[in-house]
Design a protein around this ligand. Sequence first.
Ligand SMILES: [Zn+2]
Ligand SMILES: [Zn+2]
Length: 235
Amino acid sequence: MLADFISYLIFGNHCKYCGELIPFGETLCNECETDLPRITGEKCKLCGAGKDRCSCKKTKMRYDGICAPFYYEKTIETAIRKYKFADKPYIAKVLATDMAETVKADFADIKFDFIDYIPFSKSQNKKRKYNPAGEIAKEMSKILGIPVCNVLTKPFETETQHISGAFYRKGNVAGAYDTLDNMDLQGKTVLLVDDIKTTGSTLNECARVLKIAGAERVYCAVAALTAKEKTKEKQ
Ligand SMILES: [Zn+2]
Ligand SMILES: [Zn+2]
């Protein structure tokens, strides 16, 4: 606590999502606090959205479940954009802390053998300073005490997800991912980590190849997911 106060005197205290200066002892600025798009209430186990915003129509995926602390909007969308594209790696720890809490709550009965994350291809690795999913996975590993084992690989290039349309996105990941050679994942339960889930096709494909390599169950954890707000019926 004293160390925190000394650090406050030197560096000030910053909102954990947007970085604004805030009073000592607080973790969020007022704006982030009111705009935090937390997923609350009963959740759909298949898509991770709140039951009030689920529109997955119970579509079965290759993974066995998914959880996320937030919707990809407002404060969290801004924070993740900064994290991914403005070289703000410290946000990984903030997101990982929220994700770890959600994993503990939503997957309380599940014993994970290891954490894996959505890998980059060679050219993505060259272009970017860090893999956002990889940094989050490392931080979650520290909090949850589960080792990271990156058995997933991405031998083929695909279009960047956020610039290609949903229609194209659905098909463009099939066959893009693989696992390291001679990996025997027989009977293993994997926690698969990524930053955002939109259609879920990347997580689905990675879960598929992990299962081909023998994994018995694959559960996903993402920082945020997209889910349309249902328009309220007119009274
Ligand atoms: Zn803030
Ligand atoms: Zn759903």
